[in-house]
Design a protein around this ligand. Structure first.
Ligand code: BES
Ligand code: ZN
Ligand code: ZN
Length: 488
């Protein structure tokens, strides 16, 4: 999809379809009212509520063949989040109709740069379909080839905003593509190969630690998980170093859980719905996707991504409930449930990140089913040992339009993880499962400021939306990129 910025006035744009943003409490202004029969409002056929659309053919006095009205709700409540959705709605409405060339009119308004970035992100995200493995694609060979944005004035900040939106949207879609790959096609090694290829394309450093290297380093909790699978584990390390020497010593680590398939291991999961456990590497995909954007947007802080990747299988060498493993950090762990494997692989990766010189750690993981019990599928859970860092992240998540909610991390919760035979157990009993999982991770961050994002409820969308296909969401790529880019 070619994205073009221009200043041609709405009435003059020659296109198959011109989309305009409409509100429920304000009819389109006089520049469009001439072409738009406002009866469509008066007769109640279009009210302007969020994500509602109407398509008007041959609008009077306009060069566009069609006018697409896109509802965005109340004007006072219109934010970049609503604009992002509008972008998705536009593409997902016009593409199935076989329209190849479309345009969107943007009036000045407040925050024109942020609005344009959000619109572009939304259009790119809305363009994605998880149909890579279908020989007959959802929309056949229909594609929107050209999407133009008509703005009052072409400025360099709008040009930057367009590029930024494109980079972020494409990187998020890249993460979604990885998440959607099934376990037979995406193994730890092939995910390593994908990351290596992406790093070469965008000029990032890349190292893929193999099993022998991880054994040498003593990644005991990670290797305990992978030993039940015929697929060897890897740990992907991607490095971005800013061209200018950074002003501070800060170094951000993005750590992502990469379980390419989670059967549960010997504590095997019920078969119903198990196919979804291909998305248990959504954290890894997100950090790799975020690095793809970081490489292009070039923030001033160094960023390293680490993705521990394993397959959790009940093979004949699988670890058993009751096994005791020794982490890279040195603490011993009694594995009471082999299905609580994410925290075991992240433990070694977090310690490794801290010892590699990263000063601030963020991990993203489809860690617990309990997070969806607490928050549904709307918010990701945020867990941290550092209030200031957590506030920074929450501000970035709000700006990026990815909903996240903080959880308590009182010391008392640590008691839930007591083991009779090792330093820690890998599960904490029935209650507060997302918090005890986070408390487990905290033991391995070596005191560094750290944030854990539990994305088990938000990395996968069970039902499609008018602006987004069902399947992988690509969360939290945007928040991670936003945080890196606004780092001072
Ligand atoms: N990958 C799962 C968590 C998960 C559940 C992700 C549902 C997405 C959807 C994780 O490895 C797991 O199995 N966690 C267990 C932990 C339990 C054994 C303490 C869980 O949530 O049941
Ligand atoms: Zn599991
Ligand atoms: Zn898992």
């Amino acid at each position: 999809m070619e994205l073009i910025l221009g200043t041609t006035p709405a009435n003059e744009i020659e296109t198959e379809a011109l989309a305009i943003i409409c509100f429920s409490d304000e009819k389109p202004g006089p520049d469009l009212a001439g072409g738009l029969p406002l009866e469509i409002y008066d007769r109640g056929e279009f009210t302007g509520k969020a994500q509602e659309t109407a398509l008007v053919h041959r609008p009077f006095g306009m060069k566009a063949a069609r006018l697409l009205l896109v509802g965005c709700g109340e004007k006072a409540k219109f934010t970049t989040d609503e604009m992002r959705k509008a972008g998705g709605v536009i593409v997902r409405t016009l593409k199935p109709k076989g329209i190849k060339d479309a345009a969107v009119r943007l009036d000045g308004g407040t925050q024109p740069d942020l609005m344009l970035s959000a619109l572009v992100e939304g259009a790119i995200l809305g363009d994605y379909e998880p149909d890579r493995h279908k020989t007959e694609k959802k929309n056949g060979d229909k594609v929107i080839e050209k999407l133009r944005f008509s703005v009052p004035e072409e400025t360099s900040s709008l040009t930057d905003a367009l590029r930024r939106g494109r980079v972020v949207g494409e990187s998020q879609n890249y993460a979604r593509t990885l998440v959607n790959e099934p376990g037979n096609l995406l193994t730890p090694s092939s995910l390593g190969a994908q990351a290596r290829q992406m790093a070469a394309e965008f000029g990032l450093g890349c190292e893929v630690l193999d099993e022998a290297r991880m054994r040498q380093l003593g990644f005991g909790t990670l290797l305990g998980v992978s030993q039940g699978s015929a697929e060897p584990p890897v740990m992907i390390v991607l490095k971005y170093v800013p061209a200018e020497p950074p002003a501070s010593a800060d170094h951000l680590a993005l750590v992502g859980k990469g379980v390419t398939f989670d059967t549960g291991g010997i504590s095997i999961k019920p078969s119903d719905g198990m196919e979804k456990m291909k998305y248990d590497m959504a954290g890894a995909a997100a950090v790799i996707g975020a690095m793809r954007a970081v490489a292009q947007l070039k923030p001033s802080i160094p960023v390293t991504a680490l993705a521990p990747c394993v397959e959790n299988m009940p093979g004949h060498k699988a670890q058993r409930p009751g096994d005791i493993v020794t982490s890279y950090q040195g603490k011993t762990v009694e594995v009471l449930n082999t299905d609580a494997e994410g925290r075991l692989i992240l433990a070694d990766a977090l310690t490794y990140a801290a010892r590699q010189g990263c000063t601030h750690l963020i991990d993203a993981a489809t860690l617990t089913g309990a997070i969806a019990v607490a928050l549904g599928h709307l918010y990701a859970g945020v867990f941290s040992n550092n209030e200031l860092f957590r506030e920074k992240l929450l501000a970035a998540s709000r700006a990026a339009g990815e909903r996240m909610w903080p959880f308590p991390m009182d010391e008392d919760y640590k008691e839930y993880l007591k083991s009779a035979f090792a330093d820690l157990a890998n599960i904490g009993g029935r209650w507060g499962g997302s918090i005890t999982a986070a408390k487990f991770l905290e033991e391995f961050v070596e005191g560094k400021p750290w944030i854990h994002l539990d994305i088990a409820g938000t990395a996968w969308l069970d039902d499609g939306k008018p602006f987004l296909a069902k399947g992988p969401t690509g969360l939290p790529v945007r928040t991670m990129v936003e945080l890196a880019c606004r780092w001072q």
